[in-house]
Design a protein around this ligand. Structure first.
Ligand code: SOE
Length: 389
C-alpha cells in the first residue's frame, strides 16, 4: 500500500539538489511503501526558491521556514541550508512533531548537537543525518566484510579527505556559494565539513575513537567577505591532521585539507587487520580493494604465490544496493548515495525499529570527535573524546 510522505525541503543549493533528486528517484528504483511528495521547498530569497521549485517540481514554496514547519500538510522537514541555520530549524521542527533529516555536520559544536539530539529524542520523531558516504556500495561492502570478520583484529585505520578549491587568496569567504569558508556560518573548516565524513565512516567501520591529538592550519589568514565587501580574518581551519587511538586498540591517522592541488574529492580510507586489509578511494568509487591473508572462518592462511590485493568492482547484484540499479558492470555515482540513504530511511519507517543510522545520536558522536580534534589542536595535547560528551 502506498503512503504519501510530504516533504518540506529547506535550502536550494548543492544539498537541496542532491536531496531533492533522491526524493524524485527513490520510488522508481526501490520498492517502498512510503512515497515522498515534493510538497514545498523553502529559502529566504523568492528569486532563488521559485525557480528551484519549478525546476524540481515542488508543488509550492515558502520564504520563511517557520511557515513551512507550521504547515499541516508537511510530514518531514529536510535541512539542506548552511550549518548555522540548522539549530533553530531542528528545534522547531521537532517541537511540531515533524520527522527531521539534517545535512551534515549535525551542528556547529557539541553543545548544539546535544540540544538537537535531546529535542529529537523527546519528540520521538524519525530522524537521520545525511552522511551519504555510508551508502556508497563499496563502503557498505567494506562494513559487511568487517562484520564478517574478514579483516580480523584491526591495527591501523588511515583516512584522507583532500580537496583544492580554496587555494586562491582571492577566493572570498561568506555568501551563498562560499559560506563554508566563513566560521560564523560553518562552525569550522575542513574538520566539520570533510573530516566529519571521515570520522563517521571510521567509527562505523572500526568502532569508537577514544582519544586524539591534532594540528590545524589556516593558510590564508584574511579574505574578503562576500557579504560585507570587507577583508576579514579567516576563522576556519584550512587543513587538519590528527592521530587517533580507537577503543579497540588500533591506531588511526586522519588528514584533511582544501589545499591539495589536483585533489578534488579524494576521500580515502585503509583498514589493516590481522587477517586482511581494505582500501577505498571516492575518486574511484565503484571499487573496493581487499587483501585476504586468512580465511575468516577456519583461520587458515591463504598466503601463496597468488596472494595479492583483490579489486572488487562493486556492481554485481549481490553487492549492497546494486540489485536496485543497473545490470552488473554498470556503475552508479555520487547522487545515488543519497537515494540509497533515503531508501534506508523510508524502509526503517515502514519496518519500525531499529532507527536508521546515522541518526542524530550518531551525528552527536561525530560532533564529539570533531570538537575533541579542534580542542586538541588548540591545546596542543592528546584529549579524550569522552570529555566532550
Ligand atoms: C565541500 O566541498 C563538500 O561539498 C562537502 O560539504 C560535502 O559534504 C562533501 O561530500 C563534498 O564536498
Amino acid at each position: 500500500m502506498s503512503k504519501p510522505l510530504n516533504i518540506g525541503m529547506i535550502g536550494y543549493g548543492f544539498m537541496g539538489r542532491t536531496h531533492t533528486n533522491a526524493y524524485r528517484q527513490v520510488n522508481k528504483f526501490f520498492d517502498l511503501e512510503y512515497q515522498p511528495v515534493l510538497k514545498a521547498c523553502c529559502a529566504r530569497k523568492e528569486e532563488k526558491i521559485k525557480p528551484f521549485a519549478e525546476n524540481w517540481g515542488y508543488e509550492s514554496y515558502e520564504t520563511d521556514w517557520r511557515k513551512l514547519i507550521a504547515r499541516h500538510d508537511i510530514d518531514l522537514i529536510d535541512i539542506g541550508s548552511p550549518n548555522n541555520t540548522h539549530k533553530e530549524i531542528v528545534l522547531a521542527a521537532a517541537a511540531a512533531g515533524k520527522m527531521v533529516l539534517c545535512e551534515k555536520p549535525l551542528a556547529m559544536d557539541v553543545a548544539e548537537a546535544k540540544e538537537r539530539c535531546a529535542a529529537i529524542e523527546k519528540a520521538g520523531v524519525a530522524n537521520m543525518v545525511w552522511f551519504n558516504y555510508r551508502r556508497v556500495p563499496a563502503i557498505t561492502l567494506a562494513k559487511q566484510l568487517v562484520d564478517e570478520k574478514r579483516v580480523g583484529k584491526p591495527f591501523h585505520y588511515r583516512a584522507t579527505y583532500l580537496q583544492d578549491w580554496t587555494i586562491g587568496q582571492d577566493v572570498p569567504q561568506g555568501g551563498a556559494a562560499l559560506w563554508r569558508l566563513d566560521a560564523k556560518v560553518a562552525g569550522s573548516g575542513v574538520t566539520g565539513d570533510l573530516l566529519a565524513h571521515s570520522i563517521d565512516t571510521a567509527e562505523w567501520l572500526n568502532g569508537p575513537i577514544r582519544s586524539v591529538v591534532a594540528k590545524t592550519e589556516t593558510f590564508v589568514k584574511q579574505r574578503m567577505h562576500a557579504e560585507t565587501g570587507k577583508v576579514e580574518p579567516v576563522g576556519i581551519d584550512d587543513a587538519c591532521m590528527f592521530l587517533a587511538v580507537f577503543e579497540n586498540g588500533s591506531m588511526g591517522t586522519f588528514e584533511s585539507t582544501r589545499y591539495a592541488r589536483g585533489r578534488k574529492n579524494f576521500n580515502t580510507f585503509e583498514l589493516n587487520g590481522e587477517t586482511g586489509s581494505l582500501f577505498f578511494d571516492l575518486e574511484d568509487p565503484q571499487y573496493l580493494d581487499y587483501f585476504k591473508y586468512a580465511d575468516p572462518k577456519s583461520g587458515e592462511k591463504v598466503e601463496d604465490h597468488l596472494t595479492g590485493w583483490q579489486r572488487i568492482h562493486v556492481t554485481n547484484s549481490e553487492h549492497p544496493y546494486m540489485d536496485k540499479w543497473w545490470v552488473p558492470g554498470c556503475t552508479i555515482g555520487y547522487e545515488h548515495t543519497f537515494t540509497n540513504a533515503l531508501s534506508d530511511f523510508l524502509k526503517s519507517l515502514e519496518e519500525g525499529q531499529p532507527p536508521v543510522q546515522p541518526d542524530f545520536r550518531s551525528g552527536l558522536r561525530t560532533q564529539m570527535v570533531c570538537d575533541a580534534v579542534l580542542a586538541s589542536a588548540k591545546e596542543g595535547k592528546w584529549v579524550d573524546v569522552a570529555d566532550f560528551g
